[in-house]
Design a protein around this ligand. Sequence first.
Ligand code: NAD
Ligand code: MG
Length: 392
Amino acid sequence: MQNVAILGATGSIGKSTLGVLELYPDKFRLYAVTAHSRVKELAEIAKRFNVSLAVTSDPSKLEALKEALAAIGCNARAEAGAEAVARLAASPEVDIVVGAIVGAAGIVSTFRAAEAGKKLLLANKESVVCGGKLLMDTVKRCGATLMPVDSEHNAIFQCLVGETERSREKARIILTASGGPFRTRKDLSDVTIEEATHHPNWSMGRKITVDSATLMNKGLEVIEARWLFDFLPERIDVVVHPQSIIHSMVEYEDGVVIAQMGAPDMKNTIAYSLAYPDRFTAGVTPLKFSQIKTLTFEDPDLNRFPQLGYAYEALKMGGSASIVLNAANEIGVEAFLEGRIGFTDIAVLCRSMMYGFQPPAPTTLEEILETDRQARELARAWADGYSEHRRD
Ligand code: NAD
Ligand code: MG
């Protein structure tokens, strides 16, 4: 029996994880769950899975969480604050940490889980983007096991299993991208919030759905792949594959390409990460090829979706460029979702920040957090100024 903690249990990945854990009550025990503000929902999950600990990362929600737990007769202990989430990630009670928090808010708990040598199922791509080599070194040094839950990276992991160091060195990663909802739309300047928060193939949280619409998500995934698999950016390609059946591929020196396919359902990647090196059912309906009929591929359009290009530029620039790009994007998406800036302004903000703020490469977690904080402050000032200007 292994004890699991889900950080971000009320989110899209959190719920998919619950769906898989429910199938294996004899293998996994859900020990603890966290959420930011939806404490009622958190309490219901705590009760349903009989967890020992429920944590809200918002310190002002502790009383509300306690009340919600008491109201449904759940005996789980309640804690609050980002530090409580970080503590949980390193708790000796926990064997497996599922990192399903959205955004840079997940960085500290990812590092804590890595430092504590946990098995870490990591969906929070922003912590790989910001943590980079420092995170991967920590994983190695502390004997942690990092299983990528992002579908592309989980696919690449599967395509690389069993290959020698030498064959990996010569291989290329081919990341697939759905192309998002605006793949064929010419003018993106008038995209609405409603349009940008609906993805054609995947049902996900709001932030990543907007990232998929700008292709920033694919950009973040290029950076994520660079660090997770130690591939140079020159050996990472992106191809648009609107059906989202192939989740990514690896091309080897001999020209052979290994692709991983499956239904677009995150339960697949979560189940694989839990079961590895074994496999077990994920509770997902398998593909029916006769119904899919066609798989198509095209190059991404970097003119309409410049943020994908910025990710490659950030890797080339080095330093803290990826942290700055990620922070600018998070603030940009937030401002867009609040109706303060337009859809294409997110890219303008990312570009201004990447070229306007170039701190050196971080050498500690504290430096990563400080750069993220400073970048957010600058990006917020930019977005505020921009929305003032739009109102005039
Ligand atoms: P979501 O918005 O549905 O859920 C986010 C979770 O994080 C919620 O439980 C929320 O309470 C918690 N949270 C929000 N702000 C927080 C904060 N400041 N501190 C602590 N917790 C906070 O997001 P999601 O779609 O589940 O995505 C989670 C992560 O997984 C993201 O990094 C995303 O890029 C990645 N991911 C998601 C999918 C997907 O299919 N949804 C696929 C690949 C990768
Ligand atoms: Mg993905």
